[in-house]
Design a protein around this ligand. Structure first.
Ligand SMILES: C[S@@+](CC[C@H](N)C(=O)[O-])C[C@H]1O[C@@H](n2cnc3c(N)ncnc32)[C@H](O)[C@@H]1O
Length: 317
């Protein structure tokens, strides 16, 4: 199916109002281009630590929306222009030029599948639902994952670093806390490696459905895990729900800037002798995290590397 794309030139001041007006007019989704730097929270959720240099914010924003080829574009454009004019009575909406173009005839829903194929992490095979297990892989631990909205297919180096450490330290008595669980992959693998129970937390509400879906397709029942949304760093309710002095392993594959304030908090949730597995650390931030782990009173056991990424494993003595 072909789509008509409309790109409105406006201002950063007006972008939120323009987006919400477009949604009110029935547009399914919008794309925003501007030069406003990401906030700390946006960086944490998008898992970007070091950003490319961007030009200074010039106050210009472009907002794009799409209409199916057979939709009445003239009617929509007229409604959009009227809305922009109305918004322009109380905020600077800029030039309001609308560029029009047509996108490729692409199957957007399924096109990404060509980029996600089965792969192995040591003796674990991660395989999407549309592929078959090859005979030579039948002896591997088989994990079904379809990439979804939450982070964590297992392809990222930081996830792989965590998986190896979890496998090393897990026992049949392990209670694991997976902070920043995303797709639920770390807690799920801990359970597959034999752990007793997993608790996942994330800031991103998509993590709930993603974790349930992945646990379901991999045959893990709901009494083996729980998942909750909220920030364990400063939300006492989340901390209480997670529980204190309870975990044999805490895994946190999050950015270094989050691990620094997270680490002293995690100390309260780990049992004495419990293992803290961190990753998501870009090489340049290795020392920062090692220092934060030591400052919290944990003993650093291992520092592992894969590509430009680092994982620090420590113990609460
Ligand atoms: C790199 S992903 C890790 C996903 C998965 N655990 C994995 O290893 O592939 C980091 C996740 O941490 C979440 N996150 C960031 N800050 C957080 C916080 N303070 N508490 C809980 N989750 C957080 C993000 O929303 C994101 O889902």
């Amino acid at each position: 199916m072909k789509w008509n794309k409309f790109r409105i030139k406006t201002t950063t001041e007006a972008e939120d109002i323009v987006c919400s007006s477009l949604m009110d007019l029935g547009v399914q989704g919008v794309e925003v281009e501007d030069k406003i730097p990401l906030t700390q929270r946006e960086k944490e959720q998008m898992f970007v630590d070091i950003l490319p240099e961007i030009d200074v914010d010039d106050g210009v924003a472009y907002i794009s929306f799409y209409l199916e080829e057979d939709e009445d574009k003239e009617k929509m454009l007229q409604a959009v222009r009227e809305e922009l004019k109305e918004i322009g009575t109380y905020v600077n909406v800029g030039s309001m030029e609308i560029e029009e173009s047509q996108t490729e005839d692409v199957d957007w829903v399924n096109n990404w599948k060509q980029y996600f194929h089965q792969f192995t992490i040591d003796d674990v095979l991660i395989i999407p639902s549309w592929e078959d297990v090859q005979p030579e892989d039948e002896d591997k631990m088989i994990i079904h994952i379809d990439p979804g909205t939450a982070f964590g297919t297992g392809m990222h180096e930081t996830t792989q670093l965590c998986i190896r450490q979890i496998k090393k330290y897990v026992t049949e008595d392990t209670e694991i806390l997976d902070v920043g669980c995303g797709s639920g992959i770390l807690g799920m693998l801990a359970l597959k490696f034999g752990a007793k129970h997993s608790t996942g937390t994330d800031l991103d509400p998509c993590a709930i459905d993603a974790t349930h879906e992945n646990m379901d397709v991999n045959g893990i029942s709901r009494d083996q895990y729980r998942v909750m949304i909220g920030n364990i760093i400063d939300d006492k309710e989340v901390q209480d729900q997670v529980g204190y002095d309870r975990y044999d392993i805490v895994a946190a594959n999050i950015l270094a800037d989050v691990l620094v304030p997270l680490t002293p908090v995690i100390l309260n949730h780990l049992k004495t002798g419990g293992i803290y597995i961190t990753s998501g650390i870009i090489e340049e931030k290795e020392e920062t995290v090692v220092e934060a782990v030591k400052a919290a009173g944990l003993e650093v056991l291992e520092v592992n590397h894969q590509g430009e990424w680092v994982s620090v494993t420590a113990r609460k003595n």
